[in-house]
Design a protein around this ligand. Sequence first.
Ligand code: ASP
Length: 347
Amino acid sequence: MKNILLIATGGTIASAEDDNGLSPALTGEELAQSVPQIAGLCELDIVQPMNIDSTNMRPCDWLTIRNVIMDAYDDHDGFVILHGTDTMSYTAAALSYLIQNSRKPIVLTGSQQPMGNPFTDAKLNLYQSLLYAIGDRSHDVSIVFGGKAIAGTRARKQRTMSFNAFISVNYPSLAYIRNDRIIRSAILPTPAEIAAARPAIPPIAPTTYERIDDRVCVLKLTPGLTPAFFELLAPSYDAVILETFGMGGIPEYGADATRTYQRAIFDWVDSGRTIVMTTQVPEEGLDLGVYEVGRAYAEHPGILKGDDMTTEALVAKTMWALGQSRDAQTVRELFYRPVNHDRIANA
Ligand code: ASP
C-alpha cells in the first residue's frame, strides 16, 4: 500500500461557522476521519503546518509547504495538500516551480463547501485526490477538484460557488476522475516502466529551489489609466506583470499625456526591473507582434512575454526566477524554460 502525506493548511474544507463567519477549525486528522473510505486506499501520515483561510496564504507559506514536502519526500509516495480554493492556483503554480520534475505526485485539493456541510463536495475531492496521488502514472504538481486533475501551472478559480470551481487555462486537463476511475488525457510511462526499459538510468530526483522574490505585483490596464503608477511601484517592486488589452495592446494617449507608456516601461526595465506582458483576456494568450499598439515592445530584451501562461503562473514563475538570479539574461532563460506544462514550448 502506498504511503501518502496529507498536508492540511486550512480553507473552506476545514472551516466551521461561528459568529464571525466561516473560518478554518477542523484538523487534518478530523478531515481524514470524515472520509472513512480512504482507509482502504493508502497509508496516511498527516501534518498541519498551518490552519488558515487561503486569503492569508503568502509566498513565505509556499516555502513552508515546500519544506514540509521535501523533508518528507523520501519516506512518502505522494503528497496531498488540503488548501483553500481562493489562492490554490497560486500555491499550485509556486510549488510547480519550487519542486520540478517530481516523479511523486503533489496534489492540491479543497472544497467549495465545508466538510461538515451535508451537501459538501469535500469528501469526494479528498477521496479522488488520494486516488490520483496513488496512481502510478501521476507525477508533478496538480490540482484535483470537481472530478478533474489540472496541471499546477494551468489552473484558475473560475467559479466562486459551483463545485466545478477550477478550469484548466489554454491546456487540456490532465485527467477526469469518475468515481473510482481515472481517465487520463495522455498515457505516459510510469517510473517503473521507464526503469524497466532503460535500467541503466537512475531514478531522477526532483530539482528543488528554496528562494523566491515576493516583490512582484500584477497590474491590469483600464481605459484612461496613466502610466504614473510605474513611479509609485518602483520603490517596492522588482517586477510588474502587466495585464494588457487583447493580444497585447498598450495605450499611447497622444500629445496630452505627460508621460507615455513606452517611456515609463522602458525606464522601468532600464532601471534593472522586470516587466512581464500578458493579456487580461481569459483565454488564448498574448501576441505582441500583431498590432501596432503592441509591436514596439515585442523585441525589447528586458520585456518578458507571458504568451499563453496564466497570470497566476506568471506571478509564481517571476517570483521564482527573480529568487534565483538578478542577472537579466539568467532571469530570461529561467522565465522561458517550460515547467510543468506552463507554456506551449514553441510559443
Ligand atoms: N476563503 C476560502 C479559502 O480560500 C475559500 C475556499 O476554500 O473555498 O481559504
